[in-house]
Ligand binder design. Structure first.
Ligand code: 5AD
Ligand code: SF4
Length: 459
């Protein structure tokens, strides 16, 4: 079987794609990256906003056309698969296999079945399952919990991914070990709300550490860099900031979605904190980690958001001075309380506010990144950049960065670099040694000369 998975959505979905891909490989499948050669195409879907849903609808339409010409098994997994909206689509386009986010391990059964197979249960085995480490990668995700117990009025995730379930720390550490053995240097702990890790298990005997203590455990494992995403401010404790500060492997990067700067809107979103609470968390983080890089998520144009509310979001942005932000126009999702109870604002209002917010974010990112010029940063270089004389990677603070190749550094790895120039979205750096001296750059070669001096480039 030649199988292809197309992934939409967040890092949780990327992790799940890897999990299902490794199951498929263990059944003897070849993983391919073109629909033209695939006989099984599985869409790993996202339902968080209207746009990713529409992308799935359009790809299902294309796949149906292909299937009219040749045999093709069509599958759908992930968040949209769990919803009536997705299941209607699946029926319309003749999807053969449908797996909700809790049923991914049913993929084997699904492929064996001669009939349409739909799996929508939330199965416990998923939490104990340790997928094999990804081959040849320096970076990996590690799911520490699934689902969410909050009920933000705009959000479909509690419906698609169910209530929160934390993985047992032994399983997490086992998976971490296998990542370390495979040479992974940066591990990102994943969950809808990693700060609430263990809370669902109560005070179970022999049990679960707090998230801060899990960070300490993971940070002592020998892994070079640890990140985590994402955090709900309601569950963010000062101990998490303390654990970050005292554990060198934990990167000083905090993604703490605020969603709005207006307490009135936050209440209508059922976020369970106020603007002031959020600012107190930021102060705690900065107390322990003065150089923390702060990123956030913001929704503009939530139903009932006035211009004054929006101004409060802009002023909160200034007060915190975020390094970066993921910004979204509110998208009404069927099945959520805000869809049922509130009227959507006109599209032009949402778009115009989003543009103003993006402009504010650009100003701040430019300012924050410019302040890093001249500093030495630790880069995780993933490989060649678009321009082959350069390598691309990111800092401990998640800044995308490019460097010219240098003598001794022509491929992936963790290296030091001095930031020379910065734009709001990219840093340009020079590789340096541990004393901060620039490593000699490889000469820029034209293609013919490159062929003659290839051994030098491999140094
Ligand atoms: N509309 C727009 N953005 C949303 N998000 C979640 N639900 C919606 C929605 N209905 C955003 C939030 C969340 C991020 C992953 O997506 O900002 O943090
Ligand atoms: Fe990830 Fe949320 Fe999209 Fe599901 S709906 S894939 S949890 S972003």
């Amino acid at each position: 079987m030649k199988a292809m998975i197309v992934t939409y959505g967040c890092q949780m979905n990327e992790y799940d794609t890897h999990l299902v891909q490794s199951q498929l490989v263990s059944f003897g499948a070849d993983i391919v990256d073109s629909v033209d050669v695939a006989d099984f195409v599985l869409l790993n879907t996202c339902a968080i906003r209207g746009k990713p849903v529409e992308k799935v609808r359009s790809l299902l339409g294309d796949l149906r056309k292909i299937r009219a010409r040749r045999p093709l098994v069509i599958g759908m997994m992930g968040c949209l698969a769990q919803l009536e909206e997705g299941q209607q689509m699946a029926r319309k386009f003749g999807v053969d296999i449908l797996l909700g986010p809790g049923s991914l391990l049913d993929i084997g059964k699904a492929l064996e079945s001669n009939e349409r197979f739909w799996g929508l249960a939330f199965r416990d085995e998923l939490h104990d399952h340790v997928p094999p480490a990804p081959a040849g990668q320096l970076q990996a995700h590690l799911t520490i919990m699934r689902g969410c117990d909050h009920h933000c009025t705009y959000c479909i995730v509690p419906t698609t991914r169910g209530p929160q379930v934390s993985r047992h720390p032994d399983d997490i550490l086992r998976e971490l070990d296998s990542l370390l053995v495979a040479g992974v240097q940066e591990v990102t702990l994943l969950g809808q709300n990693v700060n609430a890790y263990g809370v669902d298990q109560g005070a179970r005997v022999g049990g679960y550490p707090s998230f801060a203590n899990l960070l300490r455990l993971v940070g002592r494992s020998g892994v070079r860099r640890v990140k985590f995403t994402t955090s709900h401010p309601m569950n963010f404790t000062e101990d998490v900031a303390a654990a970050m500060a005292e554990t060198p492997a934990i990167c000083e990067y905090v993604h703490l979605p605020v969603q709005s700067g207006s307490s009135r809107v936050l209440r209508r979103m059922a976020r369970e904190y106020t603007r002031e609470d959020y600012l107190r968390h930021v102060a705690d983080i900065r107390k322990h980690l003065p150089h923390a890089v702060l990123a956030t998520d913001i929704i503009v144009g939530f139903p009932g958001e006035t211009e004054e509310d929006f101004q409060e979001t802009l002023s909160l942005y200034d007060e915190v001075g975020f390094d970066s932000a993921y910004m979204f126009a509110y998208s009404p999702r069927p099945g959520t309380p805000s869809y049922r109870h509130f009227d959507d604002l006109p599209r032009e209002v949402k778009t115009e506010r989003l543009e103003r917010l993006i402009a504010r974010q650009k100003e701040w990112s430019a300012r924050k990144n410019a302040a890093k010029v001249g500093t030495i940063q630790e880069l995780l270089l993933r490989g060649e950049a678009h321009d082959s004389g350069f390598l691309e990677g990111h800092t401990r603070g998640n800044h995308p960065t490019v460097v010219p190749k240098a003598v001794g550094v022509t491929g992936p790895g963790v290296h030091l670099a001095r930031i020379e120039h910065a734009t709001p979205h990219m840093m340009y750096a020079t590789l340096v040694d541990s004393a901060g001296n620039a490593l000699p750059e490889l000469p820029k070669l034209n293609p013919e000369a490159a062929a003659l001096t290839a051994p030098l480039a491999m140094a």
